[in-house]
Design a protein around this ligand. Structure first.
Ligand code: GLY
Length: 342
């Protein structure tokens, strides 16, 4: 497992780690435009390569560009890749590290809440192909992840919300009630909970690093969430990943009541919390076939007559791979729309 460090000075922490880790060179990947925005926090860390960190650029062409730069700059098996950025950067930089010379070491310095609590730890690395998210990837654990909550001050509100959805997911899985601050999210209201959220993920990943069983619980909210995300993208109104996951959590909670015995009143109060904070991705009955198609085409459901969901019997009691048929799924989408007032 990667080692997690919490530090207000990622530059200093990185130098300490590098000093203790024999290597010949460090190759720093950073999104273009990120250096000036993050300037104060990253200090003098300068990039070896600037990348495009939009989801549309998380593809084979960008991966090839990174690998070519690694080759041109003479990286060897003793080199270390440093990924500074959000989930796209840590996913693609991690995959480049997994592939270069059949795998070299890398360190993640996540700069978004979503990357801090989820994407940057656990060793899932990937790019998208033909519109299918994360379909080309590898499990390759980072050497270390350095978490610096000060980066959160550089984020737009939507990015803070997007990461918070993954924290809500971790809360539900570990049996805690999410906070849903009434006055809205602030950096302060989330920063103190980052550590326990990411430590929860670490515990699951260390028990099942390659998602052969237990780790599947971390997909809570993502089966419907990915479908809402794809629908929003098709309509030309892309939604941040976590916004779609929050809505996917609503559908997963509805299904948890229908198929897992989750208490209905508790589901309604959690959904009210989600509704109070997160924007809605609109959809109607005419979108059901598209949404069902997207859920069936998810890489975890291909070739099956049902869709496998992670559900909850209660907070802290996840059930992985519960098969849901299409009629039940349509009913759950109806209830999701009712609860969200769509
Ligand atoms: N984001 C879920 C996982 O890392 O398994």
């Amino acid at each position: 497992m990667d080692r997690l460090f919490f530090s207000d000075s990622p530059e200093l922490k990185l130098s300490e780690i590098l000093e203790l880790t024999p290597h010949d060179r460090a190759f720093v990947i950073m999104p273009a435009g990120c250096a000036s925005m993050l300037g104060e926090v990253i200090g003098n860390l300068s990039p070896s390569l600037l990348i495009d960190d939009r989801e549309e650029a998380k593809n084979m062409a960008s991966l090839e560009r990174i690998l070519s730069a690694m080759l041109e700059q003479g990286l060897t098996r003793r080199s270390i890749v440093i990924n500074i950025g959000g989930g796209v950067t840590t996913d693609i930089g991690g995959l480049a590290a997994a592939l270069y010379m059949r795998g070299i070491r890398y360190i993640n310095i996540p700069t978004t809440l979503l990357a801090m609590v989820d994407a940057s730890s656990g060793g899932k690395t990937a790019v998208d192909l033909q519109g299918v998210k994360n379909i080309v990837g590898a499990f390759h654990q980072p050497l270390a992840t350095i978490i610096t909550p000060a980066f959160l001050r550089t984020l737009p509100d939507e990015q803070l919300l997007s990461g918070y959805a993954e924290m809500v997911k971790h809360d539900l899985l570990r049996g805690a009630m999410p906070g849903f601050p009434a006055a809205g999210l602030t950096v302060e209201s989330v920063a103190s909970d980052i550590e326990q959220s990411v430590m929860f993920k670490q515990r699951i990943v260390s028990a099942d690093p390659e998602e052969k069983g237990l780790r599947r619980i971390l997909n809570l909210g993502h089966t419907a969430g990915h479908a809402f995300e794809a629908l929003a993208l098709q309509r030309g109104a892309p939604a941040a990943h976590g916004i779609a996951v929050a809505q996917g959590l609503v559908t997963a909670l509805v299904l948890s009541v229908m198929a897992g015995g989750f208490p209905s009143a508790l589901m309604q109060s959690i959904v009210a919390g989600i509704r109070s904070l997160f924007p809605i991705i609109p959809f109607g009955c005419k979108d059901y076939e598209e949404l069902l198609g997207l859920m069936h085409s998810d890489k975890k459901n291909q070739g099956k007559g049902s869709v496998a969901f992670t559900l909850l019997a209660a907070p802290g009691k996840p059930m992985e791979r519960v098969d849901i048929d299409d009629a039940t799924l349509r009913e759950a989408l109806d209830i999701t729309r009712d609860l969200l007032g769509i």
